[in-house]
Design a protein around this ligand. Structure first.
Ligand code: PLP
Length: 407
């Protein structure tokens, strides 16, 4: 008899985006004349940069000619892309990462979900609340989370991000093995300073723990004092894996490309306490289960690092940040406490009431769709997330409507 993985039965149904879609559809049916502005989901709206499109086309043409055609490539990614990543994303910031420490993939979601496979099943996991749900659900699937009771999985150490701690969680009060951190954060938009990040690196070193640092929104950082990579922190190479994505940096949400960095000196331990480098483990996992990101996609990603590509990506991020600034300023002027929106596309707003109630209010009175914070975890209750991914005109219109609805 084939049996199921019963851990899947422990997953909490995620009704967040389907609930939002249902409420929006109901509103539109009742008010067909009203235009709804969506500032809910975290998907980009601008097209791919020209530099990426040109490289994409050129690579597709190469595939049409036998002399330049490429079949299977290296599972870890082509050297032309890994070299560009190492040089621009790390070495240029003083982080000593080499191309062979980089594993190119089809996105940060897969990597952040798959990475837990190389750790022991009884590892104690620390997960932020509120959180990008992939970290939690993949550990539930693996059987590390325990039973769900009173809104929490019993074996997870929750790292609460609240107004009181400035949305930077305190160090765990119990010993943990694997720590998920994401900065700039989804959903809160909060950022972490080098000093704050250093306390996590030091904790990991002292406790032989590992940090999984998700830097998917790093390109939104405009404050020069903030770290773009955890490897800007001394000692991080021994205790941290970093995950990056081209999705928000270059509009690749539909193209699919990201990467994971595992430094050669990054270690985890066997049952006898002997250290083992994680690089060969992940290399084995990656080469066994993944056959490489497509060649044209990797050429398009490499074009992000050309002079033209850098300028075009920056222009797009600046565009979203202009939207974010407007949202933050207007909501603050209306008397709502906000975080994010300055080095992040997300603005996390204290709605001063139940987050679904605030969602309904904005939908019904302003025709604006946001995301209720409660959908990201217990600590998200009372908050909403507004995303800056839309046209400036729509964001202006949405804010004018919210202003008159809440006035
Ligand atoms: N990590 C975080 C924190 C995200 O918010 C997202 C997407 O929204 C991802 C990873 C997924 O990125 P990708 O499109 O590369 O899979």
């Amino acid at each position: 008899m084939i049996k199921i993985n019963e851990n899947y039965l422990k997953l909490q149904a995620s009704y967040l985006f389907s609930d939002i879609a249902k409420r929006v559809a109901g509103f539109q049916e009742a008010n067909p004349e009203k235009e709804v502005i969506k500032l809910g989901i975290g998907d980009v709206t601008r097209s791919l940069p020209d530099a990426c499109i040109e490289a994409f086309h050129k690579a597709a043409d190469e595939m049409a000619d036998e002399s330049t055609f490429r079949g299977y490539g290296p599972e870890q990614g082509y050297p032309f892309l890994k070299e560009a990543i190492a040089e621009n994303d790390f070495q240029a910031r003083g982080a000593d990462i080499s191309p062979d420490e980089i594993f190119v993939s089809d996105g940060a979601k897969c990597d952040s979900g798959n990475i837990q496979e190389i750790f022991a099943i009884d590892s104690k996991i620390a997960i932020p609340d509120p959180v990008y749900p992939v970290y939690l659900d993949t550990n539930v699937m693996a059987g590390r989370a325990g039973d769900f009771d009173n809104n929490r999985y019993q074996n997870i150490a929750y790292l609460e991000s609240t107004k009181q701690n400035g949305f930077i969680p305190d160090l765990p009060s119990e010993p943990v093995d694997l720590i998920y951190l994401c900065f700039p954060n989804n959903p809160t938009g909060a950022t972490i300073s080098k000093t704050q990040l250093k306390t996590w690196v030091d904790y990991a070193k002292t406790n032989k723990a590992l940090i999984l640092f998700d830097a998917a929104y790093e390109s939104f950082i405009r404050d020069d004092s903030l770290p773009h990579s955890i490897y800007e922190i001394e000692g991080a190479k021994e205790v941290a894996i970093e995950i990056r994505s081209f999705s928000k940096t270059a509009g690749f949400t539909g193209v699919r490309c990201g990467y994971t960095v595992i430094p050669k000196e990054c270690m985890a331990y066997d049952v006898n306490g002997n250290p083992h480098p994680l690089h060969p483990l992940w290399n084995r996992r990656h080469t066994t289960k993944f056959n490489g990101a497509s060649y044209p996609v990797q050429r398009a990603a490499a074009a992000v690092y050309s002079e033209a590509g850098k300028a075009q990506c920056k222009e797009r991020i600046d565009f979203y940040l202009r939207n974010a600034k407007l949202v933050r300023e207007e909501m603050t002027a209306l008397g709502y406490d906000c975080v994010g929106g300055d080095n992040s596309p997300y603005i996390w707003i204290d709605g001063q009431r139940d987050s679904w109630e605030f969602f309904d209010l904005l939908l019904k009175k302003a025709g604006v769709v946001c995301t209720p914070g409660a959908g990201f975890g217990k600590c998200g209750e009372g908050f909403i997330r507004i995303s800056a991914f839309n046209s400036f005109e729509n964001v202006e219109k949405a804010m004018a409507r919210i202003k008159s609805a809440l006035a």
